[in-house]
Design a protein around this ligand. Structure first.
Ligand code: ZN
Length: 142
């Protein structure tokens, strides 16, 4: 059964790479595609295990790290730091914040308009160029 969805909001990973001046090699496309369709904010190792089967040749850890760096530098993805020493990746490059569910480890995007006023609380003492807020707690389903 093919559900055809005509909402073309998400550009193909290949188009996205080209628009950012990145040569769309197979490993870059596969990694970008994975990041575009997940909301899990994976680490490099999680990216590696998720895309391992998608390519005919095995990806090395170094290749995954290099690819993630290339994508980050081109502005295709962002780094997210939710815990010290652990870099996660996010293909949602719009300005937003994060909520970490401490029970499940799940990381949820929080739209920037929900915390827009926080920057103003600092007052005149700081010239704020931007900010990222990280919330911790539990998601109440319901
Ligand atoms: Zn995010």
């Amino acid at each position: 059964m093919t559900a055809h969805n005509h909402t073309e909001q998400i550009p193909s990973a290949e188009q996205l790479l080209l628009s950012r001046g990145v040569k769309p090699t197979p490993q870059r496309v596969v990694i970008a595609e994975y990041l575009l369709q997940t909301e899990s904010h994976p680490t490099a190792d999680e990216v590696l295990s998720a895309v391992a089967q998608a390519l005919p040749v095995a990806l090395s850890r170094a290749t995954v790290y290099n690819t993630l760096n290339t994508l980050k530098e081109a502005g295709v993805i962002k780094e997210v730091l939710t815990e010290p020493g652990r870099v996660r990746y996010d293909a949602n490059i719009t300005h937003h914040h994060h909520f970490v569910d401490v029970k499940t480890g799940k990381i949820v995007d929080i739209p920037s308009d929900k915390v827009e006023a926080i920057g103003k609380l600092l007052g005149d003492q700081y010239k704020v160029h931007g900010f990222q807020v990280l919330f911790y707690g539990e998601v109440e389903s319901g």
